[in-house]
Every structure is written in structure tokens, then in C-alpha cells.
Design a protein. Structure first.
Length: 326
């Protein structure tokens, strides 16, 4: 319940009433059964869906071979009509606590399609608990390998391939980037980790602060990680590709953009991950948005804090990919 851990940071004044309305339908704590049930719950049309229906966004579906004999992986390529050939691509991994979500959940990075003229290739990975680790990260890596191999057909520049993900997808994006480094490719130009789910141990100060409040509290986090890892959660039998906070070596990684809210479970593990990249001599840009709850940018896209988060991400990618100012 609220107050069980250390006192949390205050929520942003503009976000606070939005969070109160959200909590009427999305409680801070969710067990596995509720997460699974949420897969089929009706939702209002997303910004992505509205644009597809209006014709201002084009989507094509593709199949990639699974990794090591795994089932084929479905991917969707989203782009503007008439996108210029040879530009960057963002390989995106959706949110959902390892248990829910799908490849069409790209609202958080939808602005990049317009502002940077990128193609977004979003991967449909298998979900826990039916498909525990390593199925999700293997599917995502298989999708990345396919995307790089099909760069010419996708009309993208393979040297400017960004791996990005949000929440569970942010953790998977970090794991996929580690796999790409350790397996000698595909080359990744940057990794964008948005409020990433990195540490199965669920034992940080921010995890204990966010107990019974906000969005995706410590109880939800434990349920999501347990669905993915089962009895291995919290033990020394967890791979760094599944829980990248466990990686002992973060050297030789592409530049990282890492962000989170100050009032969310993942704050401390996101800060620690960026710090470990710096300690290994790498490049990381870290943003902790004061008063942000988990996923605030997608749930309150018009808020000033959400606009600041979007702008910072666009600026990072412009600089990292050597793109002309907008």
C-alpha cells in the first residue's frame, strides 16, 4: 500500500490529475492474471491507428526467420507516404511488462517518423508467461538481424540503424544491443531506452518508493519479471540479455539515450545503467524527468513534461545520426 516504502518524489503538478484519472482504470498494482486479461481489453484508437486510417502513415508487414529454429517473427514497417530512401531506421520494441502489448504500439516514437523521416520497424515478440525468457529477447534479436539484412529492400541506411524500446521494450532493446555487440553484429548506431525495465531484482530505492502508487508499481514489476523468469527471478541464473542491469561489461556499446521519470519504479536502474556505461568509457545521455510517472509521455502526450521528453530525444538522434536541424 502507499507509504509502505520510503516517501516518493512528488508527481508533476500537471500530471497529477491525469494520473488520478488513469488510476480509475489502471491501478498501480496488477497481478499476472490482470495483465494477461488486459491483452484483449478494448482500447480507444491510438494515434498510430488514427493516422493509418487517415492515410498519413503507411504500414507493411514482414516475416523474419526465428533465431536458432524458433518460430518466424512478424515485423511491421511504419513510414510516411513517399519517405525518402536511404535514411535512418528505428528498430522498435514495444512496452507491456513482458506480458502484453503488440508491434502496433508505437505512439511514443511516432513523432520521429515525421520529424526525422525515419522508418520504424516494430517487432512482434512472444510474450510471457506462455513464452518465458529467452523467447522475447531472441525474437527481438532475430528481428534486428532481419532488418539489417533487408536494409536495401526497406530503403534504409544500415549504418544508421537505431534500437529503441519503452519499458519492457527498453530492457529488451538494451539486451538486444548487448547481443549485437557480443555476436559481432548487426551494427547499431544508437540505443534509445525509454523508462527501461532492466533489473529483475526489484530492490532499488525507487522500487520501494513506488509501492501502491503511480503506474506499474513494485508489485506489478515483480509480477512481470516472475512471468518472464519464473523461479530464476532474483537469482544468479539470470542472463544479462534478459536483465541488462546484470551486465558486468558495458564497454563498446553504441551511444545510449536513457530516460525515466523521477516518480517511477525504473528510475534508479535507469540511472545506474547510464552510470555503468560512463564507467566503461561509453556515451550515454540521461534524462530523469522531475515528477514523471511511468509512461507519462504516452498517457499524457500534451503535457509540458512530455513535450520536453520528445524534444530531447529528437535532439539526441539528430546529433548522433548527423541529421540536419529541423
Amino acid at each position: 500500500m502507499e507509504g509502505a516504502g520510503p516517501p516518493p518524489p512528488p508527481f508533476d503538478a500537471e500530471l497529477r490529475p491525469i494520473l488520478a484519472r488513469l488510476n480509475e482504470t489502471i491501478p498501480p498494482s496488477m497481478d499476472l492474471a490482470r495483465m494477461v486479461q488486459g491483452r484483449t481489453a478494448p482500447r480507444p484508437p491510438s494515434a498510430t491507428q488514427r493516422r493509418l486510417e487517415a492515410g498519413s502513415l503507411v504500414c507493411t508487414d514482414h516475416q523474419a526467420p526465428g533465431l536458432n529454429g524458433d518460430p518466424p517473427v512478424t515485423l511491421s514497417c511504419f513510414e510516411q507516404p513517399g519517405r525518402g530512401a536511404g535514411g535512418p531506421a528505428v528498430f522498435f520494441i514495444h512496452a507491456g511488462g513482458m506480458v502484453t502489448g503488440d508491434r502496433r504500439s508505437i505512439d511514443v516514437i511516432l513523432p520521429l517518423i515525421d520529424l526525422l523521416d525515419v522508418a520504424v520497424i516494430s517487432v512482434e515478440y512472444r510474450l510471457a508467461p506462455e513464452h518465458p525468457d529467452p523467447a522475447p529477447v531472441h525474437d527481438c534479436f532475430a528481428g534486428l538481424v532481419w532488418t539489417a539484412s533487408q536494409a536495401a529492400d526497406l530503403a534504409v541506411d544500415p549504418s544508421r540503424l537505431v534500437v529503441a524500446g519503452m519499458s519492457a521494450g527498453g530492457g529488451l532493446a538494451a539486451g538486444v544491443t548487448l547481443l549485437a555487440r557480443d555476436r559481432g553484429g548487426p551494427p547499431v548506431a544508437a540505443q534509445v531506452l525509454l523508462c527501461p525495465m532492466l533489473d529483475d531484482r526489484n530492490a532499488t530505492v525507487s522500487s520501494r518508493q513506488m509501492t501502491g502508487i503511480g503506474v506499474w508499481d513494485s508489485a506489478s514489476n515483480q509480477a512481470g519479471w516472475t512471468a518472464l523468469l519464473g523461479e530464476r527471478r532474483g537469482t544468479d541464473r539470470v542472463s544479462a540479455y534478459a536483465a541488462p542491469a546484470r551486465a558486468g561489461d558495458l564497454s563498446s556499446l553504441p551511444p545510449a539515450y536513457v530516460d525515466c521519470g523521477s516518480a517511477e519504479v525504473f528510475r534508479d536502474e535507469a540511472v545506474a545503467y547510464a552510470s555503468a556505461i560512463w564507467a566503461a568509457g561509453g556515451v550515454a545521455e540521461l534524462h530523469v524527468w522531475a515528477g514523471g510517472f511511468h509512461g507519462f509521455e504516452t498517457m499524457a502526450p500534451q503535457a509540458a513534461l512530455s513535450a520536453a521528453a520528445r524534444n530531447a530525444r529528437v535532439d539526441f538522434l539528430r546529433r548522433t545520426l548527423n541529421l540536419a536541424p529541423g
